[in-house]
Design a protein around this ligand. Structure first.
Ligand code: AMP
Length: 194
């Protein structure tokens, strides 16, 4: 069972690349951002609570996203594998995911890290705010908080997975096709050689 993490700052193209990869490799897409946006739209209790964090550009509490991921893994027992998009975002989340998978006799195969300079992150988030109308992409101060949160809380995961020899970096500033060619090549190699 393939467990792949698509990692990177906001605007790196994780969502776009995930869509390409799930159809090519028949994987289930687990995006905590998408799951939370459904809760926000439906105004569930979780959604109302999470909105306080999301609208400020902060991370929602670890246990909220861990529970969502656990539920989705368990409700897809026949999946060929999973692609994690926007999760894990903290060391705590990564450690819990490792635990969760170990209990099932499984593990993360690889983290593909899309790299993008801060100036391009800002540019892409502004563009996305116009296209998708995402409130958390629209305000300068929220964008700044999201970038700072990425550097402080999420980027340390590069070391977490590098130490396990599970991290491969791909330049996220390339075109969509170039990035997907690189990622597919990496995944093909992983599938062939383990
Ligand atoms: P995304 O669409 O992945 O950029 O996520 C949008 C927002 O949802 C983030 O800025 C966070 O507030 C929240 N969020 C998504 N995934 C996570 C996560 N793994 N941990 C904590 N907060 C998350």
């Amino acid at each position: 069972m393939l467990h792949l993490i698509l990692f990177g700052p906001p605007g790196a193209g994780k969502g776009t690349q995930s869509k390409i990869l799930i159809s090519r490799y028949n994987l289930v897409h687990l995006s905590t951002g998408d799951m939370l946006r459904i809760h926000l739209k439906e105004q569930t209790t979780l959604g109302v609570e999470a909105a306080r964090y999301i609208n400020q550009g902060l991370l929602v509490p670890d246990e909220v996203v861990i529970d969502m991921i656990k539920e989705h893994i368990e409700s897809n027992p026949h999946a060929h594998g999973f692609i994690y998009d926007g999760f894990p975002r903290t060391i705590e989340q990564a450690a819990k995911l490792d635990e969760l998978l170990a209990a099932r006799g499984q593990q993360i195969g690889l983290m593909i890290a899309l790299d993008l300079p801060d100036s391009l992150i800002r540019e892409r988030m502004c563009k996305r705010a116009e296209i998708e109308g995402r409130a958390d992409d629209a305000k300068d101060e929220v964008i700044a908080t999201r970038i700072a949160t990425y550097h402080q809380k999420t980027k340390p995961l590069l070391d977490y997975y590098s130490t396990q020899n599970k991290c491969v970096q791909v330049g996220g500033a390339q075109t969509i096709d170039e990035v997907s060619q690189c990622t597919c090549h990496i995944i093909d190699r992983l599938i062939q050689h383990g």
